[in-house]
Write a protein that binds this ligand. Sequence first.
Ligand code: MTE
Ligand code: LUZ
Ligand code: MOS
Length: 756
Amino acid sequence: MKNYDSEKHVKGESQFVDDLLTPMGLLHIIVFASSVAHGKILKVDYSEALKSNGVAGIITAKDIPGENQIGGIIQDESLLAEEYVHFIGQPIALVVADTILHAKDACAKIKIEFEKLPVITDPREAFKKGELIMPPRVFACGDVENTWKQCDYVIEGIAESGGQEHLYLETQGAFAYPLETGGIKIISSTQGPTQVQRASAKVLGLPMNKVEVDVTRIGGGFGGKEDQATTWGCVAALAAWKLNKPVKVILSRQDDMRMTGKRHPYSSDFKIGLSKEGKILAYQVTFYQNAGASADLSPAVLDRTMFHAVNSYYVPNVKATAISCKTNLPPNTAFRGFGGPQGMFVMEAALYKAAEAMGMEYRKLQELNLMKEGDEFYYGQTIENSTIQKCWQETISKYDVDSIQKRVNEFNKKNKLFKKGFSLMPVCFGISFTNTFMNQASALVHVYSDGSISVSTGAIEMGQGVNMKIRQTVASVFSVNIDRVKMESTNTTRAANTSPTAASAGADMNGKAAEIASHNILERLIKVAAEKLNVKETSLIEFRDETIYLSGKAELTWFQLVQVAFLSRTNLSSQAQYAVPGIHFDRTINKGKPFAYYAIGSAVIEVTLDCLRGIFEFDSVKVVHDYGKSFSFVVDRGQTEGAIVQGLGWMTIEEIIYNKEGKLLTDALSTYKVPDIHFTPKEIEIEFLETIENVAGIKGSKAIGEPPLMYGIGAFFAILNAMKAFNPDKEYKLSAPITPERVLCELYSENVLVSV
Ligand code: MTE
Ligand code: LUZ
Ligand code: MOS
């Protein structure tokens, strides 16, 4: 089963927003954005720009017919800046012209004066100055304060993880045109068509039924288009509405990197208390999240950080404090893992430090504290059918971790300038949006009279293979060939009130909705068959390989049955909604069962470090992952490999740097290093653990989009181990990404060359 789109992708035939045939008279937008990170707009002069060649209009906040407000969780984000600007790249005006070049020329002629205001880029500084997105929150269980004195070891420290650029291949963009009905249609590169619809309707002062959003597929999202595609959808819609013309906005790579938010950097304080045997007794952590200039999804991201603050470990006493800090950077946003990786990194850092202090092996400490069946997470959810222990044990035995240890030790004894390191990483990631109401999806299925099938859902195909999984699901309900099933574009007129395709739950939830709708039609078809074949007992009828059997005898083809059904005026269409059952969370006490289930696994990562140059190569990443009953092996493997490499990149080479004035210095691929084929581990081995059917997932499987990214965290500690082999006496910073440059600075900040 290959991904639905792969052939078209390989041939370059897949259409993205910028590839669509557009009508005559199409206008193009260049966004005039703030060049200061914090300031008051004193004066803007558009006169020269307006006279520039080909300009159709310049649109500012004053032109907005509805509300200048696109904030999702908190209403704190204007579409176009009015009096103040809060980050470099914040949109101020839309320059609309007949060509992109004309729009650019005109944009360069705008004159603006700012009164500069103090710029904050550091979350802890924002906290000190009281610049917060929302009041701090605390999740807790037990009593950490009274536990410290019972601990044999108490270790404190700081851990930091950096941002990450999404680098979807298709940059942000949208195409919009006015409709004769007085509404507007938007073709958007978004993970959340309903979010684009809702915000555009608000900005234009229209009811939602006058805004139609359509998405065929997007060229990657990775969370970057969960919320932040909305801006560009609204931008195109506003210009199309004001000028009554078709309008397109496509961000250049550099504008995209400068204007849009990234993964949230975090700086965190931890304190961990253990018994002398190595059991964690108490864990206290404070997360300072760098949210950027407005809330965007930051509160929800921080929520997930809290849920994953203890990763896969049982901790009886926990106090976690979440602080979302407002800085003068583009609003940071969803990124694969959604705050989970940031939370887990701090826990691993704490355990690593504890192991050092106790003279124990880090992996032994990890193992000793892994959750057991029936253990409860500190926010109240019990883990059922846990495979945490099983995946860990299987990783150790299948990949013979003891012999890896031996081999690494021997290598390190023999080599002075090259050192190897390895590390294990368990992952336990909750599946469901942490906002319970978002766990719903819908589907619309038609069986046409020729037997072909059309499926619309709320899911967005972004390369993750959700269309393939839904096709497989529908085909298996009807027992027809998969080629009969066509996935339609995702459109707000066919799937209403959708959640963004995110939280790894897209295939689960939309697949279940499609399954329900298909079953509705199947039930009607079974009745038709029973009538046609003159039987009362419908259980004697079986659908198999495009054929309808009665008591084991082939009676009708799929096509024949559909014909009979159509002629007897049977409803061959169905719409269905799926709402994830059994989840709840009480935000007054921060307890409940927020997740339908957990995605679980563990990995071992091996690295070779060149201690003279600071560069490293990953020898291997070996994984045992619980996929439930996977039914799309190629898709699941692809997702796992992709997520691992993205996780390795986040931990080791991808470094986002803003200067003190809030200017992004790493705004191109020459200065921002992303994983490529040379960086990719020479060996990625994945075992699909045989486990039970997961009833909460689609067709018994488990969600796979995000969880494997967190295996990448192990890379950080593998490198630290290699560094320790080179220079054991040094205290290394727990600060990611651990780039080759940082490795060198850390290794040689003391006069270690003497010992070489
Ligand atoms: N895979 C590809 N190729 N491109 C993407 O943009 N996004 C990831 C993951 N895998 C992404 C991807 C993210 S962040 C999520 S949440 C899931 O896919 C969303 O899809 P799913 O819910 O269908 O797994
Ligand atoms: N988006 C969201 C997410 O709104 N809530 C979530 O819990 C979530 N989790 C992962 C990725 N996106
Ligand atoms: Mo993914 S961060 O949930 O889009």
